[in-house]
Design a protein around this ligand. Structure first.
Ligand code: FE
Ligand code: FE
Ligand code: FE
Length: 217
């Protein structure tokens, strides 16, 4: 019992300098707290961002996305094994040029210069597409991979344009609405065309399998 007391006493003497340090730390913490506490006041002095700002930022994002897609589509067309898939990518490349043009018109409506800001989502999807081309370049599954990647891109675009149309309507940017709607229709049509190609190729693969099975029997 006595020994335990001594140990505890020792512990407490050892802990003393640590406690002093901790106290110092907490003073330091308090001073950082004070400095961050000043920030909201500075922020409040700035004009809060609006839906109009958000629309403008999203426009920059999709502008960058379309430009990335414009560069990726020829590579995907070149890689595709099926003539129909290659034709679909080439067709959509042409449409994408028009989409970039329409986005520039939307910038004009805002009275802002056309400016891109990195769209990390499309950068990621393009990177995944490159991975598929590298890893499945000599595989029968390459077209299925390209199709899946392209549809992921179309779905991102459909989501973006759908949102931007709603915001443009809300903000009274009436001239921007039909421009964005025209592009949305193209993205939806591309998605449907890709779905048809995917279904057709899955079906024909099924037929091939049936044929192999019949031949083996
Ligand atoms: Fe597009
Ligand atoms: Fe984005
Ligand atoms: Fe598209």
């Amino acid at each position: 019992m006595a020994r335990r007391t001594t140990k505890a006493a020792k512990r407490s003497t050892r802990a003393a300098p640590r406690r002093a340090q901790a106290a110092k730390k907490s003073t330091r913490k308090a001073s950082t707290k004070r400095s961050t506490a000043r920030k909201p006041a500075r922020r409040a002095a700035r004009e809060p961002k609006s839906l109009h700002d958000l629309f403008h930022e999203t426009l920059k994002d999709i502008y960058h996305a379309e430009k990335q897609i414009l560069r990726a589509l020829p590579k995907m067309a070149k890689a595709a094994n099926s003539d129909e898939l290659r034709a679909a990518f080439e067709k959509h490349r042409g449409e994408t040029e028009g989409q970039v043009d329409r986005l520039e018109q939307v910038f004009q409506i805002l009275g802002a210069p056309p400016k891109a800001k990195p769209c990390h989502a499309i950068m990621g999807l393009v990177e995944e597409g490159q991975e598929v081309m590298e890893e499945f370049g000599d595989s029968d599954a390459l077209d299925a991979g390209l199709l899946a990647g392209a549809q992921a891109v179309e779905h991102y675009e459909i989501s973006r344009y759908g949102t931007m149309i709603a915001w443009a309507q809300h903000l009274g940017l009436d001239d921007a609405v039909p421009l964005l709607e025209e592009t949305l229709e193209q993205e939806k049509a591309t998605d449907s065309a890709l779905t048809e190609l995917a279904e057709a190729s899955v079906n024909s693969e099924g037929e091939e399998e049936d044929f192999e099975e019949r031949r083996a029997a």
